[in-house]
Design a protein around this ligand. Sequence first.
Ligand SMILES: [Fe+2]
Ligand SMILES: [Fe+2]
Length: 325
Amino acid sequence: MTLPIPAETDWDKAPGLLDGAMNLDLSAEQCNLAYWFRGVAQGTLRDRAESGHTADEITPEHMRTDGPLRDAQILELGCRSIAEEEGTRALAYYVAHATGIAEMDFFATQLMDEARHSMVFRNHLVEMGIPADELRSTITKLSADYKREVLDPILEFALRAVREEGDFIGAVAIFTIIIEGVLAPAAELSERKWNLIDPAASAIARGAAIDEIRHLTVGSSIVKQHLDRNPTYRDRLMDIITRGRKLWDEIPDKKYIMEREHLFQEGMHQHAHLIGDYELFPGQRLLDTTAEERYATAERWTDKMAATRLAYMGLDEAIEILRLT
Ligand SMILES: [Fe+2]
Ligand SMILES: [Fe+2]
């Protein structure tokens, strides 16, 4: 008997990232290895295993031509590719220190997802004309400051919990609430922004978003289950969340996002004919937005998503601590 592809891993049926992360309830037990092989490897990735997009989802010539639009995408995908790579390396410790088999198997699949994201983000730069033999050096150079100032401190925070302190659940909370919780809205914004301008990149982003729904919901359910069974863990968790918030306030991530948003702004107006009346979200034309407004939108989405998911975990008192706007 052939089992169907679960709707949330089906390319055409899966919800958007924010919608899925706010409304779905998935556990590590549900999202086991068989689920991943069937739903992701044979579902989400059908016809998209090599590059993250189909042959029909093209990289248009304007993405291969020098200018601010191409520079914005190179910066965005270069930095995100390194973020996924560093995430993959960190997740190896989650696999090593997972407290149960369901959790170990789930993090093995998440590790594979993030390694794939890094690969498809990186390889799109080759599709945009960066010579393959210069890819590594190009990415290393453009992401060096971002890695040092943003990625290293947050991943160090996660690794300290899982590796040094032996607190697997705390480390899951850091990855789910602090790291991916804040990166997810930026990812949603990216998918919507590039939709008409760079169909290959938009498909790559859509595939990553489908995976991200699973990472956010399963991570939350692992934390929730633990908290339900061990109510005394709450104090430790609140301490982690408070320290995570403090860390975010010290990290200059906005500087890096704004640099690419300003480039995108310039490039978007040069290619206004491609975008037309396309709406970033209902009632808001992309062409009418500014870099600052798009950043503010992502922050509002972060808050909304965090509030829903923290309430699901029974952590209502953390909502105010994490609020960005
Ligand atoms: Fe990812
Ligand atoms: Fe993820």
